[in-house]
Design a protein around this ligand. Structure first.
Ligand SMILES: *Cc1c(COP(=O)(O)O)cnc(C)c1O
Length: 223
């Protein structure tokens, strides 16, 4: 099973020179698989369920940076505060306020990305571009006390139509720039997290700075 380590090295050889970060999406894969990637040098891992992230964080090396990438319910925020390096999937103001309150109570600053909904699927979570620009136009972020907004995250429509995928990624990347022009005083709103196993090359060509790759590294998930 040298496969996981080989994929990590191959991806870093491809991504590092372009300045693109790699989140190894380890959801539904066991701790041993994470360790194979870790031993090949990988340090950022993505999880989509609170219990799974907390369990893995408890048993795996403490220099791992855990990114939460799934839909997060407000009543499940507390266990991951102080344990995650980045919550990539903030999809409502209510969730953001909860993260902020829990972070303040814990005496930490939590880094987050705002999840943008551009894909055609009804089921995908996130702010619409209009909702997100309104949030910044109204300068609601000024009320945050213990949360650092670090950029945007999004997914393209799940389709064979490459031009649609490209257009979705372009919309996400342009949205970050638009937000910067609406609120030029925002600091560190730099991250554009987009691109998965099937489409990360397109995402990078449209301005992704962080890709989230699971299947290519770890194989199929056993749900
Ligand atoms: C599962 C997941 C990924 C990884 O998808 P792959 O196709 O396995 O690379 C990326 N981003 C999010 C938000 C996910 O839930």
């Amino acid at each position: 099973m040298g496969h996981i380590g080989d994929e990590i090295r191959r991806l870093h050889a491809e991504l590092d020179p372009q300045g693109v970060g790699l989140v190894a999406v380890s959801k539904f894969h066991p701790a041993e698989a994470v360790m194979q990637a870790y031993d090949a040098g990988q340090r950022i891992f993505g999880e989509s369920r609170v219990q799974e992230l907390v369990a893995k964080a408890g048993e795996l090396p403490s220099d791992i940076k855990w990114h939460f990438i799934g839909h997060l319910q407000t009543n499940k925020v507390r266990p991951i505060i102080g344990r995650v390096a980045l919550i990539e999937s903030v999809d409502s103001e209510r969730l953001l306020e909860k993260i902020d309150a829990e972070s303040e109570a814990a005496g930490v600053v939590t880094k987050v990305l705002m999840q943008v909904h551009v894909a055609e699927e009804e089921t995908k979570f996130g702010f619409t571009p209009a909702e997100l620009t309104a949030y910044f136009q109204e300068r609601k972020f000024e009320s945050l006390k213990a949360t650092h907004l670090c950029g945007v995250m999004g997914m393209a429509t799940n389709t064979e139509d490459i031009s649609r995928v490209r257009a979705d990624f372009k919309t996400i990347a342009e949205l970050r720039q638009r937000i910067m022009s609406i609120a030029p005083d925002l600091r560190g709103f730099d991250t554009v997290s987009m691109g998965m196993s099937g489409d990360y090359d397109i995402a990078i060509s449209e301005g992704s700075t962080l890709v989230r790759i699971g299947t290519t590294i770890f194989g199929d998930r056993q749900y």
